[in-house]
Design a protein around this ligand. Structure first.
Ligand SMILES: Cc1cc2nc3c(=O)[nH]c(=O)nc-3n(C[C@H](O)[C@H](O)[C@H](O)COP(=O)(O)OP(=O)(O)OC[C@H]3O[C@@H](n4cnc5c(N)ncnc54)[C@H](O)[C@@H]3O)c2cc1C
Length: 398
């Protein structure tokens, strides 16, 4: 039998960042991971790091992530590969433009230097771009993209260095209850008796909650991502560009690009791995070539898929859930790399019984019962619906 102050379930970016923050403050932490560290969605994403959200809490969490990445190598001895190339949201006017304008005002009030840009600046930022059906964009030069594996490895190593025990190949399969608290957890062949349990199991968090009779409104949606063998600007890193008009995103990757569609596809009872949906490739190629005609002769060298852990309002579930000693930090809805590192110190504060320095009401599970949801509008389900054609509502990764 093993005991600990906090058992974290899941070793993705959320679980490892929270484990690090707790271990750094002296807690005895155990992380139970079904596979290896960073083997879920955190291994499969585009690495986009943005502060361009429509809700102040998410803007501030994104800002905290950017600050964290600024000192990451010094703090953890790992280069997170963070390139502040900026994030550019393209729009064709209408509701997308109004939504971006509203969000830019909120971001500016928080201190994020996002600005609305016109076609000339867009074509400077993305050479060779087709502008005929675009009105402009929203651009923040301090956003960018990073290497997700390095970020998770840094947090995992930092947690281990501060005494956390990371158990790999240790799926959590059962929980014993004592009244309204979890008394013991089965992880692989071990029985663990924790003070607190953190459910950081991403797309699989509902399955973990079901072990104690709880339910979480998190849906797994398959999202496909592809590597393209050329770029319109081989000599520089493009901003992470999200085309709200057609529904796709891209950023530089080596001598080419990575790109994906806005659409994602619901999968019930998600397996550990998702097979890439090659059938979506023609639609992505059509949108890419429309926006960047130079890609007409490009090749696609590989593709993969992961699950986006999606809530009905595209905000995560963060807070105490169902039982007195269970805390959930999951359901990042396509922006876990942006938000989890910045939120982890606040999660650790709440787990220590201290108040969060960020207002987390917008993330509480109870919002769905209270009917007080404030959907994330920027590149979430509601934000791109008008411009895309696939499965509704689409939820896109960052
Ligand atoms: C194609 C794609 C592109 C994306 N692009 C971006 C982007 O650019 N920027 C961004 O911010 N986000 C992006 N995302 C979303 C991002 O990847 C996720 O929001 C983030 O990784 C979620 O992290 P997590 O730690 O909550 O979950 P995960 O990384 O999935 O970690 C959960 C862990 O729990 C483990 N687990 C599950 N069940 C159990 C169990 N019973 N016992 C023990 N362990 C268990 C899993 O094995 C997994 O390792 C993208 C996602 C996809 C699929």
């Amino acid at each position: 039998m093993m005991t600990c102050d906090v058992l974290v379930i899941g070793a993705g970016v959320a679980g490892c960042a929270v484990a690090y923050e707790l271990a750094a403050s002296g807690a005895e932490v155990v992380v139970a991971e079904r596979g290896t560290v960073c083997s879920g969605s955190s291994a499969l994403n585009a690495g986009g790091i943005r502060q361009q959200f429509s809700h102040e809490t998410s803007v501030r969490a994104g800002m905290a992530t950017v600050r964290r990445l600024g000192t990451f190598e010094r703090d953890f001895g790992v280069d997170p590969g963070f390139r502040q190339t900026g994030y550019l949201f393209l729009h064709a006017g209408g509701e997308h433009e109004r939504m971006l304008q509203r969000a830019v005002r909120i971001q500016n009030a928080c201190g994020v230097p996002t600005r609305m840009v016109g076609p000339e600046e867009v074509s400077r930022l993305v050479p060779g771009i087709e502008l005929a059906d675009l009105v402009g964009g929203a651009y923040n030069p301090t956003d960018g993209y990073a290497d997700p594996h390095s970020i998770v490895a840094g947090f995992a190593g930092g947690a281990r260095d501060r005494g956390a025990v990371l158990l790999q190949w240790s799926p959590v399969t059962a929980m014993e209850l004592d009244g309204n608290r979890v008394r013991a957890v089965t992880a692989g062949s071990r029985r663990i008796v924790p003070g607190l349990v953190v459910n950081a199991a991403g797309a699989w968090a509902p399955g973990v909650a079901a072990l104690y009779g709880g339910s979480l409104p998190i849906t797994a949606r398959r999202s496909d991502i592809f590597v393209i063998d050329r770029t319109p600007a081989p000599d520089r890193f493009l901003p992470l560009t999200i085309d709200l008009a057609t529904g796709h995103y891209l950023h530089s990757e080596g001598k080419g690009l990575v790109a994906g569609l806005a659409e994602s596809f619901e999968v019930t009872d998600p397996p550990a791995r998702a097979a890439v949906g090659w059938e979506v490739l023609p639609l992505l190629v059509e949108r890419l070539v429309h926006r960047l005609p130079v890609l007409e002769a490009a090749g696609v060298t590989r593709g993969w898929a992961g699950f986006i852990e999606t809530t009905p309002d595209d905000n995560p579930v963060v807070g105490w859930t169902h039982l007195t000693n269970v805390y959930t930090v999951a359901g990042f809805s396509g922006h876990g790399m942006c938000l989890a590192p910045g939120l982890a110190p606040q999660v650790a504060r709440e787990l220590r019984g201290e108040p969060s320095e960020l207002p987390l009401d917008v993330y509480r599970l109870e919002r769905f019962e209270r009917g007080s949801v404030e959907p994330e509008e920027v590149w979430g389900g509601g934000g791109i619906a008008a411009g895309t054609t696939g499965a509704r509502p689409p939820v896109a990764p960052d």
